[in-house]
Design a protein around this ligand. Structure first.
Ligand SMILES: Nc1ncnc2c1ncn2[C@@H]1O[C@H](COP(=O)(O)OP(=O)(O)O)[C@@H](O)[C@H]1O
Ligand SMILES: [Mg+2]
Length: 381
């Protein structure tokens, strides 16, 4: 397959296991992971931490799926629950691990470019197509394609994806040749796809094809017992990565972490722990190092619906940050919708996310997930 001269791999599209530091150098301490990956041999782990039965079940499913010849897997879960991590785990646990892992964020690539990104195009297929382009499916041959935010995929591309999943064939844009490709599709969504089907935004046939094997990532608030384990994991990782002096979390701080509802899930926990570990002054994370909403989770619900300025003044920046954050929580991190809720443009929202330190928590493009490769279409965003 893949005739043509452009067999070059843009490095930002492709990750081989050794290029994914988050997976290569992911020391997972304690027995939490060992309990679930013993069958993978010593020293081999995929960075998924958790003792909760639902996480143990997730890991067991990862192994089953990885060993199977299933062509498609669906990962469902709120933002920050570990879908990226699990997608990579499926790849690394499988015989495909030496082949490319190609991640595509369907929400990040402009609609008009997505098809040629995925399928490639022939020379002259459209204005500006000066040479043949190899698509990402083709580049992933033998490996895994991770389609993130699959619910954002246009309906006509959903038809093409269905065909690819069923027949493992596709055509380049402007091409007539049937291309064969052997790539496993791992699709992820933080929307309920069934609802999207009901609303006519997602094809039912593709939904049922993807839904054959679905892995649900539980929200952190439904597995609170894992919170101390995860917090310790992030602390020790920071210590080994940047030599941070912090050695653990105080009992009081840990109690607060366990009580909080974590709308941003594990990503939010990681941010909070890392921030506290870097900015705190003690060798343990203390209650005072945590953000106000965690120290006093009821404060938000006590906030008045109508604000009235008094002589005591208000923390305007804090309020703005709170609103930006709420907009992202309400929309599951969808920046277009969040910007709409706030009545501002998307670029303005992104500037505010940067200003208020919310990028890592909510932005798949800007977070530095321990060396995630940048995604197609994300440059300069
Ligand atoms: N079970 C877990 N164990 C360890 N780290 C996790 C776990 N789940 C999520 N994370 C971490 O939380 C952050 C967000 O996870 P990610 O996979 O990007 O979530 P999602 O794709 O669902 O938004 C990443 O830094 C990831 O490494
Ligand atoms: Mg993700």
């Amino acid at each position: 397959m893949r005739p043509g001269p452009d067999w070059t791999i843009p490095s930002f599209h492709i990750a081989r296991p050794k290029d994914i530091p988050a997976l290569r150098d992911h020391p997972v301490d304690g027995d939490s992971y060992a309990e679930t990956v013993q069958d993978h041999g010593p020293g081999v782990c995929y960075g998924v931490v958790g003792r909760d039965p639902r996480i143990v079940e997730v890991i067991s499913l990862v192994h089953k799926v990885a060993a199977s010849n299933a062509t498609a897997v669906l990962l469902e879960g709120e933002t920050g629950t570990g879908k990226d991590l699990v997608a990579r785990a499926v790849h690394l646990a499988s015989a495909r691990k030496g082949k490319p892992f190609v991640e595509i964020d369907c929400a990040a690539i402009p609609e008009n470019l997505l098809e040629s990104e995925l399928m490639g195009h022939e020379q002259g297929a459209f204005t500006g197509a000066t040479s043949r382009k190899t698509g990402l499916f083709e580049l992933a041959d033998g490996g895994t394609v991770f389609l993130n935010e699959i619910s954002e995929l246009r309906l006509d591309l959903q038809v093409k994806l269905l065909r690819l999943v069923e027949t493992r064939t596709f055509k380049r844009v402007g091409g007539v040749e049937e291309m064969q490709v052997d790539a496993r599709i791992v699709a992820a969504t933080n929307r309920d796809l069934k609802v999207a089907v009901g609303q006519g935004c997602f094809r039912e046939d593709l939904y049922y094809r993807l839904n054959v094997i679905t892995i649900h990532l539980p929200p952190l608030r439904e597995r609170r017992k894992d919170i101390p384990l995860l917090a310790d994991h992030f602390v020790s990782r920071l210590t080994s990565q940047i030599g941070n002096r912090v050695r653990g979390v105080s009992d009081k701080a840990c109690g607060l972490l366990c009580r909080y509802s974590w709308p941003g899930n594990v990503r939010e926990l990681r941010s909070v722990v890392e921030r506290a570990a870097v900015l705190g002054k003690s060798d343990r994370i203390l209650a005072r190092d945590l953000p106000a909403e965690i120290r006093d989770p009821d404060a938000a619900s006590r906030a008045p619906a109508v604000l009235r300025l008094t002589e005591d003044g208000i923390d305007l920046e804090g309020l703005k940050r709170g609103l930006v954050r709420q907009s992202l929580e309400l929309t599951g991190g969808n920046q277009v919708k969040a910007a709409k809720l706030l009545g501002i443009g998307r670029m303005s929202l992104r500037r505010k996310m940067k200003k208020y330190g919310l990028c890592q928590m909510f932005s798949p493009q800007l977070r530095k997930d321990a060396g995630n490769p940048a995604r197609p279409g994300s440059q300069g965003r």
